[in-house]
Design a protein. Structure first.
Length: 308
């Protein structure tokens, strides 16, 4: 187990190195730079000072080495577009906002989705199954911005019972949480139903029934536990999606989260902010995958770590 953990950690650092390198050169391949329009009206000496401050006057490989040195020393640099704002400080300021809204939506969506998936599997080809699959299809096909617009129009404009945007008050979280959780409900309902139907046909389930074990115990002790493997896999990526995939919702509801600022940084070619946030996303995703590997072995005893 220790050898396996060390190997995975080694792969983690190798992956982070590759992601950081690719992101650096991709950002530098975009025509222009973030200071081009900002410094257009400034004197030449002032322009030169700005370029020197952010290292943009140095050769590309030198900039790359300085960037990697900053990562090793946990220095993500300073925003170019917004001088005085550190990248780490912006991540620390905006990520809790995304986590509070997206995390709430993820938990609610996961619980409801798993429950609906179990119902659909146990009531296959009956009306509960049809209703759950109809909800799943809606959640998978309706774009987020369409659902958000409908919710804002109906609850904020027509009924006036909820605010259309904003962040900081409990009632301002209701609409974005509903919008974000709808996709999770659809995803988990479909995966849990499919996984449960497959598990119900396994030999050990048939053996348990032949021994006279009650259906409730079979479902709770054997079927549901082993059916959660796909849900665990999805949950790990969904946690990252809380920070990366909610920028449309954050924009429409005026939520100052990290996803919104990430997209803004890309549009502004804010090199340090984009690269720092990308590394943050990569670390979060890789760590979650590592945790999932260990959770697999807890949930399903059949899974064992084997050497290559």
């Amino acid at each position: 187990m220790v050898k396996y953990a060390l190997k995975r950690i080694g792969y983690m650092f190798l992956t982070l190195f590759a992601i950081a390198t690719i992101t650096f050169f991709l950002m530098r391949s975009i025509p222009g730079d973030p200071l081009a329009s900002m410094a257009r009206t400034l004197p030449e000496q002032t322009k030169a000072n700005y370029y020197a401050k952010y290292g943009l006057d140095k050769p590309l490989f030198t900039q790359y080495l300085l960037y990697m040195k900053g990562l090793v020393t946990f220095d993500l640099g300073e925003s170019i577009v917004f001088p005085g704002r550190s990248v780490a400080g912006e991540i620390a300021r905006t990520s809790p906002v995304s986590a509070s809204v997206g995390g709430t939506a993820l938990i609610i969506g996961t619980l409801i989705g798993v429950f609906l998936g179990v119902i659909a599997a146990l009531k296959k080809n009956q009306w509960p199954d049809y209703i759950v699959m109809f909800i799943a299809i809606l959640g998978a096909t309706i774009p987020v911005f369409v659902l958000a617009s409908v919710m804002q129009y109906f609850f904020a404009v027509k009924l006036g019972v909820l605010p259309a945007s904003g962040y900081g008050k409990p009632n301002q979280m209701i609409l974005p949480v509903i919008v974000l959780s709808f996709g999770s409900i659809a995803t988990y309902a479909r995966y849990i139903k499919s996984s449960m139907l497959d598990t119900l046909n396994q030999d050990y389930v048939l053996t348990a029934r032949a021994k006279g074990l009650s259906e409730r115990k079979i479902i709770t002790r054997h079927v549901l536990r082993n059916s959660l493997i796909p849900a665990i896999t999805i949950f790990s990526s969904s946690i990252v999606g809380v920070f990366t995939g909610a920028f449309v919702t954050e924009k429409m509801f005026s939520i100052p989260g990290i996803g919104f600022y990430y997209v803004t940084s890309i549009n502004n070619q804010d090199y340090s902010m984009v690269m720092g946030t990308t590394v943050f996303y990569a670390v979060l995703f890789i760590v979650m995958q590592l945790i999932v590997d260990f959770v697999y072995m807890i949930v399903d005893p059949r899974i064992r770590v084997t050497s290559d």
